[in-house]
Design a protein around this ligand. Structure first.
Ligand code: SAH
Ligand code: SF4
Length: 360
């Protein structure tokens, strides 16, 4: 009989890890030690640890190449630093050779990690480098957790006193298209014995997967929600976000209203400003009407130019902002200071592909 395929130890939630060890006769105390070692310390060399004999024996028997479990330890294949030194972007290679981007940002004393949730993305937004690559596969929970552990290790080398306390799911991929793996990963990431990022410091950004937005509300998930809107009419949005043909703007706004009613939480709306596409004063006025009654904060994002689109001139951007503020909505520009090289989502990977001719 062939043995089941190996699994990532980082894929297991706490209760599953406890159950796996218990099935091999290893008691709860050791499971807690292993959990803290893996997720609290981010240790990747379990064989080198001085565990008590029952856990040591289990690790020797079960973890490693050719054994029941492996560790998610992505390899850094490229790394860029912003000129102000506050942002580091990593291109990480997964076990099957796929590459994803993870960003560590350190503005205003706040350390934030931006993670990917898929290799590629199926949603095809026309201004997004990841969308233009197409969908490859979902990331497993362990591959999402591993990005946070990587960022924490890097931060420790920069300044051991700094803590990673914020997380945004705004890297490659659509988090709500990979719902179960993302939720499992976030439970691990927000666990106090693990990375311990507070759930209210975790923002899930979605292009508008309507059923999953409602599910987040019904399941009372404690995270923040950010919705990438980019259009004030069905036509305007559909020209930029093909996914809106499946979940229309009307359905999305309706889901956002329900989300607000059920959770009582504010929703963050993201708006990438693209010259001549969604940056006119009329669009801003329509947006005010569209969002009326929703507890909303609007984040304006300067475009990282890709695919022939141009970013909005700063004057028009500020005019746009003024209209939203006058309409009663808090509205800020996404800070982009320092994210100056291959900055947008998917752009480092696309650039590396162009440089090396590599197909990953
Ligand atoms: N799929 C999710 C999360 C990843 S994209 C989503 O779409 O929300 C994170 C954010 O980056 C989104 O708001 C997206 O619209 C924005 N984005 C993508 N490409 C961009 C670009 N070239 N310039 C500026 N923002 C971009
Ligand atoms: Fe996917 Fe988000 Fe890029 Fe759209 S913006 S293609 S949803 S990653």
């Amino acid at each position: 009989m062939s043995s089941p395929p190996a699994r990532s130890l980082h894929d297991l939630g706490f209760s599953e890890l406890v159950a796996v060890l218990a099935a091999d006769g290893v008691i709860l105390h050791h499971a807690k030690v292993l959990w803290r070692t893996l997720h609290g310390e981010g240790e990747l060399n379990l064989a080198g640890r001085a565990f008590l004999p029952p856990l040591k024996r289990w690790v020797e028997k079960s973890v490693g190449e050719g054994k029941a479990f492996f560790l998610d330890a992505p390899e850094v294949v490229d790394e860029i630093h912003s000129s102000d030194g506050l942002t580091r972007k990593f291109l990480l290679r997964l076990r099957d050779g796929q590459t994803i981007e993870t960003v560590l940002m350190g503005y205003q004393g706040r350390q934030t990690v931006c993670v990917s949730t898929q290799a590629g993305c199926a949603m095809g937004c026309v201004f997004c480098a990841t969308g233009q690559m197409g969908f490859v596969r979902h990331l497993r929970p362990g591959e999402i957790v591993a990005q946070v552990l990587h960022a924490r290790r890097v931060l420790k080398t920069i300044d051991p006193k700094k803590r990673l306390r914020n997380m945004v799911l705004m890297g490659m991929g659509e988090p709500l298209h990979n719902y179960d793996s993302v939720m499992l990963a976030l439970e691990t990431i927000s666990d106090r014995r693990g990375p311990g990022i507070g759930p209210t410091k975790i923002a899930i950004s979605t292009v508008g997967v309507v059923p999953s937005i409602l599910r987040l509300a019904e399941e009372q998930r404690p995270y923040r929600l950010a919705v990438s809107l980019h259009g004030s009419t069905e036509e305007e949005r559909a020209a930029l976000v093909p996914a809106s043909k499946r979940w229309s703007l009307a359905m999305l706004i309706d889901a956002c209203r329900k989300y607000g009613e059920i959770t009582g939480k504010r929703i963050f709306f993201e708006w990438t400003l693209i010259a001549g596409k969604n940056d006119s004063p009329e669009t801003a006025r329509r947006l005010v009407e569209l969002l009326r009654g929703i507890d909303a904060h609007i984040n304006l994002i300067p475009l990282n130019p890709t695919g022939g689109f141009a970013g909005t001139q700063s004057e028009s951007g500020h005019e746009f902002q003024k209209i939203l503020i006058a309409g009663g909505f808090p509205c800020t520009f996404r800070q982009r200071r320092g994210i100056d090289v291959a900055a947008g989502c998917g752009m480092l990977k696309a650039e590396k592909r162009a440089r090396t001719g590599c197909g990953l």
